[in-house]
Ligand binder design. Structure first.
Ligand SMILES: [Zn+2]
Ligand SMILES: [Zn+2]
Length: 148
């Protein structure tokens, strides 16, 4: 059974809902780009199918920033609110079926927990150990997102 969750940017111009029973992945990324884009020390990225993501308000309020200077070489496009600057989600050329949600914009507290941490070479030393996450210095070498 799939569950539904809602999310929004800080100013509420952008609103969405997701319908997914089990996300494809939930990754904490400690890379420098994620630190800068989140204004924090890591990004909490939830991977879901694009077909499970429904933008309900604010398509005109989205702005994007793309970079191909990524570890995988694929182009990553981050989607923001033009007004309040919230980083809402990313899309990647490595899979047109995937969307990567910035979970800080999810409302409430869905029960999912991160299962892996990547780019731990940039992980802050004061951050506590997390139970049940696999940690990788860079990307997870066993994972090929291009297959999705
Ligand atoms: Zn906003
Ligand atoms: Zn990152």
């Amino acid at each position: 059974m799939s569950s539904e969750h809602k999310g929004s940017c800080l100013c509420q111009a952008i609103q969405y809902r997701i319908t997914t029973s089990k996300p494809i992945g939930y990754t904490l990324c400690h890379c420098i780009d994620c630190q800068k884009v989140s204004g924090s020390t890591y990004a909490a990225n939830l991977f879901i199918l694009k077909s499970d993501f429904h933008l309900t308000k604010g398509e005109d309020s989205l702005s994007t920033y793309s970079t191909s200077a990524t570890f995988s070489g694929s182009t990553l496009t981050r989607h923001f609110c033009k007004t309040c600057g919230s980083f809402v989600f990313s899309t990647t050329t490595s899979s047109d079926k995937l969307i990567v949600l910035a979970t800080g914009c999810l409302d409430g507290h869905p029960e999912w927990k991160p299962t892996q941490e990547i780019f731990c070479s940039h992980r802050r030393a004061w951050l506590q150990e997390l139970e049940n996450t696999k940690r990788f210095e860079k990307m997870n070498p066993g994972r090929n997102r291009a297959k999705l």
